[in-house]
Design a protein around this ligand. Structure first.
Ligand SMILES: CC(C)(COP(=O)(O)OP(=O)(O)OC[C@H]1O[C@@H](n2cnc3c(N)ncnc32)[C@H](O)[C@@H]1OP(=O)(O)O)[C@@H](O)C(=O)NCCC(=O)NCCS
Length: 187
């Protein structure tokens, strides 16, 4: 399957929103969120968040990644088990969202997007990446995928997304009742 990977800032916000509305949930991200994500994933060396495009230049996957030291600007520390991590928070990056279009799953797109982010993070001496895996993702693809990518479970956090004012594509209720599994990968 042919696809190209570009940095997230190369894609118009309305295109990003149409994709995340469909695959994550209506209004999970609004334009101001994307602007914040772009800021938290860009430094003088460039950007660590990526988008996969098919030959028609349609989005088929998105990998939003926050630079090391930025996760507490976006995630409430009650959902971060820093005492269980064997590295300091300033050296830890965050995998915010990864979604692959349902028709393009299991073809290596998710792995390729993640590997692009990891390559960039390693250049910045990142020691670990934390992620909140979506337990109710279809077939628990999220945890299966993350385990395949070398992540290990740290802690289960019920109602992780309940504070976000959006309609979840998984549970389809407001507020969202889905559960997150905090996971970590040391680089
Ligand atoms: C999770 C997701 C991003 C994976 O993307 P993908 O492009 O389908 O994954 P890939 O084809 O790159 O697979 C990468 C690895 O994960 C494994 N994997 C992916 N989906 C899997 C599943 N449903 N069950 C078991 N393993 C799975 C693959 O076997 C592969 O391992 P390998 O390379 O060692 O063979 C995609 O299924 C998705 O968008 N799911 C819904 C949203 C979601 O759960 N996002 C994560 C939120 S934290």
């Amino acid at each position: 399957m042919n696809y190209t990977i570009v940095t997230m800032n190369e894609i118009a916000l309305d295109k990003l929103k149409a994709f995340t509305d469909k695959f994550i949930g209506q209004n999970y991200y609004v334009d101001s969120d994307f602007r914040k994500m772009l800021k938290l994933s860009t430094d003088s060396m460039g950007m660590v968040s990526f988008v996969a495009l098919n030959q028609k230049e349609e989005i088929v996957g998105i990998r939003i990644t926050l630079l090391p030291g930025k996760l507490t600007e976006n995630i409430d520390s009650k959902f971060l088990s820093m005492n269980k991590w064997s590295t300091d928070v300033e050296s830890v990056a965050y995998f915010k969202s990864l979604f692959v279009h349902s028709a393009y799953q299991n073809k290596g797109v998710g792995r390729a997007l993640t590997e692009k982010s990891l390559e960039e993070l390693k250049k910045r001496n990142t020691k670990a990446v934390v992620v909140h895996s979506w337990l109710e993702s279809p077939g628990n693809s999220s945890s299966q995928y993350l385990k395949a990518m070398g992540f290990a479970e740290v802690k289960v956090h019920p109602l992780f997304w309940a504070h976000v004012d959006y309609l979840c594509s998984g549970c389809k209720v407001k507020p969202c009742v889905c559960t997150a599994v905090e996971m970590i990968k040391y680089l």
